[in-house]
Design a protein around this ligand. Structure first.
Ligand code: HEM
Length: 413
């Protein structure tokens, strides 16, 4: 079905589109005219034997797909929609070892174990350490006078948060950060990260984490507070094997870093282009701000599922085996759910955005940690560099599924 409102050949996972913008006007047209739309990829993608995928644009339909794992599988073709760089079937098989790409009951077993590391108590236990980190990061930026907000501020706290959570020793953190950074952004030629460099970094990170798990299994830390002890060595029902732990750390490094980094960067840019909201934030620090920042940023534009049976969704007939893209960016601008979705309003309440997923079994495990990080960093910025101002336009990341910014020049004073 060609949508007359869209240019012929338009693809909602074309990294060139996202290098300049998120296609919000195109999403709006689809929500009005063809809310579940067939995005043809007539030339196919290496590793796939299909010729396109469905684009799901409405809030209610994104939720429906997310909450029906028996109909919409995260496992068959994994969760990331690919554009033209392709992927081999072998690579797809390896990626199925990550929980984001598992279906129940396997997913349920792993999720129940890893959830122990993300209880409200576990996250609260990190708060003081992360607050100090946030203040230190902003203080260092202030001394520089001006610089790139992404590297100076947005990158650092998410990396530190994951390192704290896992209990990675200080002296190993630089290596972990280097591997994590190399694993993302393979679509952007400017970053010169070849697939091989990314894959090697992933292998190194996994083996580092496996060694950490193996060591802790033999000698659990005394208070067993760190996540490694809790997941692999604690006396609970069911534990992760060292290899499973390795893949879990890999997922944390991808899922918890770039996402939070971009939420913080887009949030800062939104504040600096909506000065009334920045003034309001500095004055009142509303507890609703972090959620609106995530809605506004929607760092993960889309994920995909694959239909396990013929089914119907939003008026479209989906065939067994077809891929279905759930577009969180579109859902988060659906006017049937949000009053004036085009407004950045840090007091928005309620705010049922789908930036952390559509509420199904894969709903973001790190949501509380992400919200805490966003709160801590903007409080630190508002306290230490309230006069922060823009020194240039954001430079966007070339990516098929991340709403990313790689550089944002600012003056801190
Ligand atoms: C603003 C920051 C973040 C955003 C926007 C975000 C977004 C998402 C989304 C959209 C999903 C998939 C949901 C679904 O398929 O239904 C997800 C899953 C996940 N996220 Fe996050 N995330 C963020 C931060 C984090 C952090 C800080 C961590 C951990 C340190 C984390 C760990 C995970 C994990 C492990 C999963 C997979 C869960 C599963 O498969 O069961 N995320 N996230």
């Amino acid at each position: 079905m060609h949508c007359p409102a869209l240019p012929e050949g338009f693809d909602f996972t074309d990294p060139d589109v996202y290098q300049s913008r998120v296609p919000l006007p195109e999403f709006a047209r689809l929500r009005r005219t063809a809310p579940v739309w067939w995005n043809a990829q007539p030339h196919g993608i290496a590793g796939f034997d299909d010729d396109g995928y469905w684009v799901v644009t409405r809030h209610q339909d994104v939720k429906e797909v997310s909450t029906k794992p028996e109909v919409f599988s995260a496992n068959l073709n994994t969760s990331i929609i690919r554009f033209n760089q392709g992927i081999s079937r072998d690579q797809i098989e390896v990626q199925k070892l990550i929980m984001l790409n598992m279906d129940p009951p396997e997913h349920t077993r792993v999720r129940q174990i890893v959830q122990r590391g993300f209880t409200p108590r576990a996250i609260r236990a990190l708060e003081d350490a992360l607050r100090r980190r946030a203040e230190q990061i902003v203080e260092e930026a202030r001394h520089r006078g001006s610089g790139d907000f992404v590297t100076d501020i947005a990158c650092e706290l998410p990396l530190q948060a994951i390192a704290e959570l896992i209990g990675i020793p200080q002296e190993d953190r630089a290596r972990i950060f280097d591997w994590s950074n190399k694993m993302v952004a393979y679509d952007d030629p400017e970053l010169a990260i070849t697939e091989e460099v990314g894959a090697n970094a992933a292998v190194e990170l996994i083996s580092y984490a496996m060694n950490l798990a193996a060591a802790r299994k033999g000698c659990p830390s005394k208070d067993a507070k760190d996540i490694v002890s809790r997941l692999v060595a604690a006396e609970h029902e069911g534990n992760l094997g060292s290899d499973e732990f390795g893949f879990f750390v890999l997922l944390l490094a991808v899922a918890g870093n770039e996402t939070t980094r971009n939420a913080i960067t887009h949030g800062m840019h939104a504040f600096l282009t909506h000065p009334d909201q920045w003034e309001l934030y500095k004055r009142e620090r509303p507890g609703t701000a972090a959620e609106e920042i995530v809605r506004w940023a929607t760092p993960v534009v889309s994920f995909q599922r694959t239909a396990t049976q013929d089914t119907e969704l939003g008026g479209a007939r989906i065939k067994k085996g077809q891929r279905v893209g759930i577009f969180y960016s579109s859902a988060n601008h659906d006017p049937s759910v949000f009053d004036h979705p085009e407004l950045f309003d840090i007091t928005r309440d309620p705010n049922p955005h789908l930036g952390f997923g559509g509420g199904g079994p894969h709903f973001c495990l790190g949501k509380s940690l992400a919200v805490l990080e966003i709160d801590l960093i903007f409080n630190a910025i508002a306290d230490a560099v309230p006069g922060i101002s823009l020194a240039g336009d954001p430079r966007r990341l070339r990516s098929a599924w991340l709403n990313g910014v790689k550089e944002l020049r600012v003056h801190y004073r």
